[in-house]
Design a protein around this ligand. Structure first.
Ligand SMILES: O=C(O)c1cccc(C(=O)CC[C@H]2O[C@@H](n3cnc4c(=O)[nH]cnc43)[C@H](O)[C@@H]2O)c1
Length: 247
């Protein structure tokens, strides 16, 4: 089983590789990107962890670049995120059962209309239900919708608007929908896991608990996450691996 794990920044990538508990091998990609490849001891899943940059566009571009050069069974968007109270407390984990672009659409006189309603796009990708359930059970995460936003929510009014429009939302972050678009283009399933560093609401950067969230991310990858991946996804069968970054 070969998975691509896409984070925004290097501290998130390193939190994931720390959890995997084995040395990472660096494999350069175009544009200064690099996969950090971790082979699990005992022949477990092979994971390539990639710090892609913040935001859905950077995530989509980097994920598509990596997916085009290897043969993967899964793409995972992973990192820290904002939690919607009361579903997701600071320090907790959220696994996406839906990955939704929350601000892709048009502002109309009647309010926001998403791109799907207006007929010019897709605004949601769904991880396989069995995979999302297994990942949540294995890591003790809350399962819910993870919103992808291009602007971090910074007011109570915006948080309330998002919660009303997306009743199942447990977290928001900035990359999941980009990774999901790249995965869909390459025909691989997607998953998303977020460790909650802050609540979605009035901006208070000093209240972000980034080290605690990074520890929770490490713990997720140290415990059940990869076992749940391996147990849920069938390995890519048959065809020879031909990509330049393939094992
Ligand atoms: O400064 C650091 O040490 C540091 C370490 C790890 C990550 C960061 C980031 O700034 C990551 C940015 C990343 O975080 C996601 N995020 C976190 N909270 C929210 C939120 O409330 N709303 C939206 N996104 C959030 C997001 O995916 C960013 O790309 C810094």
């Amino acid at each position: 089983m070969h998975a691509l794990v896409v984070t925004a920044v290097a501290p998130e990538r390193d939190a994931v590789t720390r959890g995997l508990g084995a040395a990472a091998r660096r494999l350069p990609l175009p544009g200064g990107l690099a996969l950090h490849r971790v082979s699990r001891p005992g022949g477990g899943p092979l994971l390539d962890v990639l710090a892609a940059g913040a935001g859905p566009a950077a995530a989509a571009a980097a994920a598509a670049t990596a997916l085009a050069r290897g043969r993967y069974d899964l793409a995972v968007s992973a990192g820290i995120g904002g939690g919607f109270a009361p579903a997701a407390a600071v320090g907790s984990l959220v696994v996406a059962d839906a990955i939704r672009a929350a601000d892709l659409g048009s502002q109309t006189p009647e309010g926001f209309a998403d791109a799907a309603a207006l007929g010019y796009g897709v605004v949601e990708h769904r991880p396989p239900a069995a995979l999302a359930a297994a990942l949540a059970a294995a890591t003790g995460a809350v399962a819910g919708t993870v919103l992808t936003v291009s602007t971090v929510t910074g007011t109570a009014a915006r948080a309330a608007e998002l919660a009303a429009r997306h009743p199942g939302a447990a977290a928001e972050a900035m990359e999941g929908f980009g990774v999901a678009c790249a995965a869909a283009l390459h025909g691989v399933p997607v998953a998303e896991v977020r460790a909650v560093s802050n609540l979605v609401g009035p901006r208070d950067r000093a209240a972000w608990r980034i080290p605690a969230a990074l520890d929770a991310l490490t713990e997720a990858f140290a415990t059940g996450f990869t076992a749940a991946l391996a147990g849920t996804l069938a390995p890519a069968a048959g065809a020879p691996r031909t990509g330049s970054n393939d094992a």
